[in-house]
Design a protein around this ligand. Structure first.
Ligand code: F6P
Length: 527
């Protein structure tokens, strides 16, 4: 496999980066046509790239790099179900979860689309039954609360979307438990009644320690007031592991299946999205899928120069590998999108935080950046000082919905003004003269950002936005020559925790550990 540093356009970009030394966003943004030439639109969402350290020439070179790295070929392979997750020998088909029934996607000789739509129908029926009160608990009362028990991709995607859209729905209240810290489940359960609570156990593998422990705690809690006959009314499973689900005590008729070609961090479109459908209704869940599918179409068919995820991905490569910027900030100016940064953080960092390429060779260049963020305007009163003036530069994505969900017009005007002011301040900075000679108020400017404006935070637009980020991550993974769809680092942590737990529970002697860990075990050992 050719390393990206060996592509001809890598050298061109290095030279171009040197030529950009005197590039000034202040000057560029003074040009009336800058916005028109550097902004794009897809699925009704505006993506303004005009506040980037880039010219049209930069984009041309970046797109040449994408071509040399064979992004288009890999994209075709992914959508067609070729097993591009080479280390796990799996196809990567979260895109099939949002494709129409008429599509044909073959995996191991089987067209998977009938299966996808069969599960969607199962989700639709069940969501309707729960939301209408037709599905009842063991005392014949309707379900008022749903607890999604899962972690990582089996938690963050549904949690982000439910929080973002819940106000559109009228269904049960959906709670999320992810952490193995018992406080997480204890705090949720103390608010609930077993008679009216439905547990959704979300785990692709159905072996993840945190989820299995919390699921067991939930079962014990139910069985304190009910018999095992109540389990089918109060427990459903979302998983690829039928055997594990059965062994846990959930019957297969209460299982919503998916397959190994859906990666955990890309799974909210699959059965893992059941909590979304329960919270906001299946019709809204379907609109989420439709928005994502529309973005899939855009990613597959739009010209490279207009292809939003391709441009997002390549601009990220530009900053990571040529400017050496090591982080990327996500600022959603919308409290409903509180979990966006956390969700994209897992999607991006678990996918592209790698040191070895697809052929197992150590990479000599930087890959995925640190992703962080929290909603504006809160962030303006926490870490934004650092973003404006520290020696480190961090490219930012500003996200906002044009239409508010509330009627507090002054609040929305203030939110929009702050959204615009932050990116403007980062781009233009403030000269000594503008700061009235006060050096502490000088801002270098030239700090890049993308402004993303959704018409409103609707299921359709949210689906399209998430899919754009998924494809951005994909593009970068291809350019860096790595497998974005495995997670060996996470697996190492899981492996090492096992013997330590055995020692802490007195099932094994405190032996074979390093000196620090062994002493810390002594401190934590229950007496
Ligand atoms: O965080 C590591 C990971 O493997 C993720 O990829 C996944 O989303 C999460 O664990 C949960 O896994 P599961 O859905 O199998 O419980």
């Amino acid at each position: 496999m050719t390393q990206p540093t060996h592509y001809p356009s890598w050298e061109t970009l290095k030279t171009h980066h040197e030529d950009m030394r005197d590039f000034s966003l202040r000057e560029e943004l003074a040009r009336a046509d800058r916005f028109a030439t550097m902004s794009r639109e897809s699925c009704g969402i505006l993506f303004d790239f005009s506040k980037h350290l880039a010219t049209e020439e930069t984009l041309t070179h970046l797109l040449a790099l994408a071509k040399e790295a064979k992004v288009e070929e890999m994209r075709t392979k992914m959508f067609a179900g070729v097993k591009i997750n080479n280390t796990e020998d799996r196809a990567v088909l979260h895109t099939a979860c949002r494709a129409p029934e008429t599509a044909e996607v073959i995996v191991d000789g089987e067209n998977i689309m009938p299966f996808v739509h069969q599960v969607l129908a199962q989700m639709e029926d069940f969501s309707h039954a729960v939301r209408s009160g037709e599905h009842k608990g063991y005392t014949d009362e309707a379900i008022t609360d749903v607890v999604n028990i899962g972690i990582g991709g089996s938690d963050l995607g549904p949690r982000f979307v439910v929080e973002a859209l819940q106000e559109d729905g009228s269904g049960p209240k959906v709670h999320f438990v992810s952490n193995v810290d018992g406080q997480d489940i204890v705090s949720v359960l103390k608010k609930l009644k077993p008679e009216t609570t439905l547990f959704v156990i979300a785990s692709k593998t159905f072996t993840t320690e945190e989820t299995m422990l919390n699921a067991q705690m939930a079962k014990d809690w139910l069985l304190k007031s009910a018999t095992t006959d109540a389990i089918p009314k109060h427990f459903v499973a979302l998983s690829t592991n039928a055997e594990g689900v059965k062994n846990f005590g959930i019957s297969l008729s209460n299982m919503f299946p998916f397959r190994d070609w859906v990666g955990g961090r890309y799974s909210l479109w699959s059965a893992i999205g059941l909590s979304i459908s329960l919270a906001v209704g299946f019709d809204n869940f379907k609109k989420l899928l439709d928005g994502a599918h529309e973005m899939d179409q855009h990613f597959q068919n739009a010209e490279p120069k207009d292809n939003v995820p391709l441009l997002m991905g390549m601009l990220g490569v530009w900053y990571r590998n040529f400017y050496n910027y090591s982080s990327h900030l996500l600022l959603a100016y919308d409290v409903r999108m509180d979990k966006m940064a956390k969700f994209i953080q897992q999607m991006d960092m678990e996918s592209n935080g790698k040191a070895v390429d697809r052929d197992g060779h150590h990479m000599s260049y930087a890959t995925g950046p640190l992703i962080f963020g929290e909603p504006g305007t809160d962030s303006q009163h926490s870490f934004m000082q650092w973003v404006h003036q520290s020696a480190d530069v961090v490219p930012v994505d500003f996200v906002i919905a044009k239409e508010a969900h509330h009627t507090l017009t002054p609040n929305h005007a203030s939110l929009c003004a702050n959204f615009l002011a932050q990116s403007r301040a980062l781009a233009l900075g403030q000269t000594l003269e503008e700061a009235n000679g006060d050096p502490s108020r000088v801002f270098s400017g030239n700090r890049p950002s993308t402004s993303i404006i959704l018409p409103k935070l609707s299921p359709y637009h949210l689906g399209a936005l998430i899919a754009a980020y998924e494809h951005k991550v994909f593009v970068q993974g291809v350019v860096w020559g790595l497998n974005s769809f495995d997670q060996p680092g996470v697996e190492l942590g899981k492996k090492l925790a096992k013997p330590i737990r055995e020692i802490l529970e007195g099932r094994a002697p405190n032996a074979g550990m390093d000196s620090s860990t062994s002493h810390l075990i002594d401190v934590l050992m229950p007496r």
